[in-house]
Design a protein around this ligand. Structure first.
Ligand SMILES: Nc1nc2c(ncn2[C@@H]2O[C@H](COP(=O)(O)OP(=O)(O)OP(=O)(O)O)[C@@H](O)[C@H]2O)c(=O)[nH]1
Ligand SMILES: [Mg+2]
Length: 261
């Protein structure tokens, strides 16, 4: 039983209140006004869980990173390389979000880092409530890094704050430089834009400059890195970005402080 909402716990992601918040856009909602109210309610409920998660991370000095991208952009591959590079020095754990299967969690566990898989069923994103349940089932990597790989999707995950410290959006160079214009929420809400599969740049028509321009119109000053998890090119800059965030989060470690969320 969930201590916070009274629902059944680990299956939280399948509960009714985790269902899709914008049914209207998918054509199976009732009248427009009603759907908008429902969306506002869902996001408000999500925000309350996100505040609790964020407070938990802060007190435990955890750097929580929410990784968003469309399916196949290279989230798990990058996480595996990152865990391999940092696992000897930094406590880490991973929450994996997928509609089905625990394939990604298995790939993560093969590195020796613990991973918990959330299967979202019909839902297309993780939400803060599902993450709060996952946190009850795992050991938080205190003064370390919690990676959260969101469901492969550039739209819905962008709407749901999970309580993370930083949000990384990954766009692979095979997807086209226009994606910030078409899916603005994902880029507007990100702290870092990672252009992945850099090794494939010579084979595709992808303008890094144009993509950067589109993204910066949405979020001026957005950090941008270009890397290949396959060849390792650009990994050093990425690891520096991660370590800076980790050190900042670690400094907030105050387990004795009362919970304020
Ligand atoms: N060439 C190249 N391929 C890559 C790179 N990173 C990942 N891939 C390939 O891209 C495919 C998808 O990679 P994943 O890491 O599973 O992508 P994902 O974003 O986790 O996918 P979902 O979890 O299904 O959304 C795999 O075939 C990877 O080998 C890269 O830097 N270069
Ligand atoms: Mg994956």
């Amino acid at each position: 039983m969930c201590a916070t909402c009274g629902c059944g716990g680990g299956e939280g992601a399948r509960h009714e209140h985790h269902s899709h918040p914008h049914a209207q856009e998918h054509g199976h909602g009732p009248e427009g006004g009603r759907v908008i109210d429902l969306e506002a309610d869902l996001l408000e409920a999500n925000a309350a869980f996100a505040r609790r998660n964020r407070e938990l991370f802060r007190r435990n000095g955890v750097f929580a990173v929410n990784v968003i991208s469309s399916p196949g952009s290279g989230k798990t591959t990058l996480l595996v390389r990152t865990l391999e590079a940092l696992r000897d020095r930094i406590p880490m754990a991973v929450i994996e979000g997928d509609q089905q299967s625990d394939l990604d969690a298995e790939r993560i566990r093969a590195t020796g880092v613990p991973a918990l898989q959330i299967q979202t069923g019909k839902s297309c994103h993780l939400d803060a409530h599902a993450v709060s349940h996952a946190l009850e089932e795992m050991t938080l990597p205190g003064r370390g890094i919690l990676w959260i790989e969101n469901v492969g999707n550039l739209i819905c995950p962008a709407l749901f704050d999970l309580g993370e410290g930083k949000r990384v959006v990954i766009l692979s160079v095979t997807e086209g430089e226009d994606k910030p214009r078409k899916y603005p929420e994902a880029f507007h809400g990100a702290d870092l834009l990672l252009l992945s599969k850099r090794d494939l740049l010579p084979y595709v028509d992808f303008s890094v400059d144009q993509c950067s321009d589109f993204a910066h119109r949405l979020r001026p000053g957005l950090d941008l890195l270009l890397l290949s998890a396959k060849t390792g090119q650009g990994m050093e800059e990425w690891l520096r970005w991660v370590e800076e965030g980790w050190l900042r989060a670690k400094a907030s470690y105050r387990p004795e402080e009362p919970v304020v969320a």
